[in-house]
Design a protein. Structure first.
Length: 170
């Protein structure tokens, strides 16, 4: 009986979050069709943890925590298959967006530590709150805030260094 009660929650969560998860995986993995497989794997893992009695406080944050681990496992599988590691293909993103500032921002973000990049993505691309990010990454909320602050400062600082100064004399 209990599994029947959980099913509508998972179905609703799937309706609400599957597109966000697909975008999340698409940004991290080169193969576009792989995103849907990873979404399915994430929800399968979520269903299994709920069968075992897990009752997360924030389902969306919990789901993105699972997605993060699924993504990392997919990278590990890919790395074993290819024997190379390309976690964040900056060249592909920059080539797809000809704007120099966007390309520069992608390069700066790619140079940040992995946790900072992850926090930036969860906050600005996925719209998770600080508490939800903390739950998804299993770190304190204060750490989320400080690392997000540091990441934004780094991006701003590096972009302002690269920006040519334009002063016009009147």
């Amino acid at each position: 009986m209990e599994a029947i009660e959980q099913r509508p929650d998972l179905e609703q969560l799937f309706k609400e979050c599957s597109e966000d998860l697909a975008r999340y995986f698409s940004r991290r993995h080169e193969e576009g069709d792989k995103a849907q497989d990873l979404v399915q794997e994430t929800f399968l893992k979520m269903a299994r943890t709920m069968e075992k009695g897990a009752r997360p406080e924030h389902f969306r944050a919990y789901l993105f925590g699972i997605a993060r681990r699924v993504s990392q496992a997919a990278w590990a599988r890919r790395d074993r298959e290819r024997a190379t590691k390309a976690e964040f293909p900056v060249e592909d993103v920059a080539a797809a967006r000809p704007d120099d500032r966007i390309a520069a921002a992608c390069e700066v973000i790619a140079g940040l530590p992995p946790l900072h990049r992850e926090i930036l993505d969860l906050r600005f691309s996925q719209g998770l709150s600080y508490g939800e990010i903390a739950e998804a990454l299993d770190i304190p909320s204060g750490t989320v805030r400080s690392r997000l602050h540091y990441a934004i400062l780094q991006v701003r600082h590096r972009l302002s260094e690269d920006e040519p100064e334009t002063f016009s004399e009147s």
